[in-house]
Design a binder for this molecule. Structure first.
Ligand code: AMP
Ligand code: MG
Length: 479
């Protein structure tokens, strides 16, 4: 059996009409070296069952890619910061789709492997720091039980990259259900024929939602499905106070996964308008605007399907989105609060807590932990204040009135309230020392982030933020 069959590799995306992709080999380079390899993911995908780790490292460093690999850059076009643009993979190459043991395909992509026809002025490369960042945060989001792309490896390349300073070049091997995004549909709508769009719809449904294939109007069901998975996704971001940072329609996946970890960050003290990204000067992708933006992105998606779904039907579906988002948010907040059957009055309980947090800048993650473990509510001024204590007694009454009682509620809350999230200052420390060739902090932090719901003794340093750190914190696109 040849290696291709042995590895269950496919190139199904290449069966789409040619306008959707462009053949492109990675840029040759010197001395690729694997600095991170995700053995757990390799095991999960059965890569490690099929090929030994040393060979897997080689396989992923493209200088040694088998000659039958025919990488492609994907074409897409759509909205960046609300404005139409033409882009495509300027620094990513789809090597193959890997067939998992349950017969699902996942993309194996190299990010930062050199220029493509869509690179415009860019060099197609990525910096080591930004690829380590994507590895750390994507693995953390996955461990927080939020759908996400995964990181299989980071390969360091000897050649430098020029940004504001000279930096180290690196390539990330990303694994994701697919890289089909709203932009892929915008591209088909604006530059393709009706047949191209039909091919894209069919491919997407077959790959992600095969149960819709037999429905009468699959495009309509696809729209409903994508709305559902994306609203779920953003609700989960709001559960842990994750700010994606660049919710352009190219970064909105049809499969409902978080991806493209650029200027993302976690918020610790409540601020509706919190923005960390240096390029988001207008606050379009601010924490509190993420629900509005996903609705906007989804309405763009609906408009791309105009040849398949009439306007009245589209508007009807879009008209229900806000209500769906709101009820998903309420269910999520109630899960965090140990309430299993949300009533409409529970909304004011959740909002009152958030409003108190906004006033006091109490730490979000730690506040929910304290409530969950109840006896451990810190003996500090903010938690002793009358407003919080009143809230606590109303919450206690509400939770105790449920059949599972306080203990049952607190047990359940542990599934929704993490102990550890990637605190911004720790992310920066881990990355700074990693690019200076000491990966010990990075590995230590990653280990904690991989089991975020399990409290480990003597980990206090992972459970807070230095005062005012977040106020001045800025993130960058990291190209
Ligand atoms: P992103 O902000 O990562 O979603 O990227 C937006 C677009 O810019 C995508 O088409 C990327 O492929 C492209 N891009 C980002 N960085 C580079 C780079 N260094 N060289 C070429 N294209 C890039
Ligand atoms: Mg992108």
């Amino acid at each position: 059996m040849n290696l291709k069959n042995q590895l269950s590799l496919k190139n199904s995306y290449q069966n789409l009409p040619p306008i959707f992709h462009s053949a492109q080999n990675p840029e040759p380079s010197d001395n690729p070296e694997c600095v991170l390899y995700n053995t757990e993911l390799a095991k999960h995908l059965w890569i490690s069952e099929t090929i030994p780790a040393e060979n897997a490292h080689n396989l992923l460093s493209w200088n040694t890619l088998p000659e039958w690999t025919k990488p492609i850059a994907q074409a897409y076009a759509g909205h960046q910061f609300g404005h139409p643009t033409m882009l495509g993979d300027g620094r990513a190459l789809l090597l193959w789709e890997w067939e998992t043991s349950d017969k699902k395909l996942v993309d194996i992509v190299l990010k930062g492997a050199g220029r493509t026809p869509f690179s415009r002025g860019g060099d197609g490369r990525a910096t080591l720091k930004s690829m380590l960042r994507e590895y750390l945060i994507s693995e953390s989001i996955h461990a927080l039980w939020i759908p996400s792309s995964r990181s299989l490896a980071v390969i360091k390349i000897w050649n430098p990259v020029l940004r504001e300073d000279v930096e180290q070049w690196a390539i990330l091997t990303r694994v994701m259900s697919s890289h089909i995004r709203i932009w892929t549909f915008e591209f088909a709508k604006n530059f393709g024929t009706r047949d191209d769009m039909q091919a894209l719809i069919d491919y997407t449904i077959e790959r992600h939602y095969p149960e819709l294939m037999a429905r009468q109007n699959p495009a309509l069901w696809l729209l409903e499905k994508v709305i559902d998975v994306q609203l779920d996704l953003v609700t989960q971001w709001l559960r842990v106070w994750f700010i994606h940072g660049v919710m352009n329609t190219d970064n909105t996946s049809i499969a409902g996964e978080t991806f493209d970890y650029g200027p993302c960050a976690f918020m610790n003290g409540f601020h509706e308008e919190r923005v960390f990204s240096s390029i988001d000067t207008g606050g379009r992708y601010a924490f509190g605007n993420q629900s509005n933006i996903i609705l906007w992105n989804l309405s763009v998606f609906a408009s791309t399907l105009s040849d398949f779904i009439d306007e009245e039907t589209r508007n009807k579906v879009l008209g229900t989105m806000w209500e769906h988002m709101h009820s998903k948010w309420l269910v999520m907040m109630c899960q965090k609060l140990g309430i299993h059957n949300p009533l409409s009055r529970d909304e004011s309980l959740a909002r009152e807590l958030l409003s108190w947090m906004q006033g006091t800048q109490a730490d979000y993650t730690n506040t929910f932990l304290s409530i969950g473990w109840y006896t451990n509510i810190p003996d500090t001024e903010i938690y002793n204040d009358e407003r919080f204590q009143n809230w606590l007694s109303i919450w206690k009454q509400r939770v105790s009135s449920q059949s599972w009682g306080m203990l049952g509620a607190q047990e359940s809350m542990k599934q929704y309230n993490p102990v550890y999230i990637p605190r911004n200052h720790l992310v920066e420390q881990a990355l700074d020392s990693a690019v200076a060739w000491d990966l010990s902090l990075f590995h230590g932090f990653l280990k904690i982030l991989k089991s975020p719901y399990i409290y480990i003794k003597n980990t206090k340093k992972y459970m807070g933020v230095p005062k005012d750190f977040d106020e001045n914190y800025q993130t960058f696109c990291g190209t």
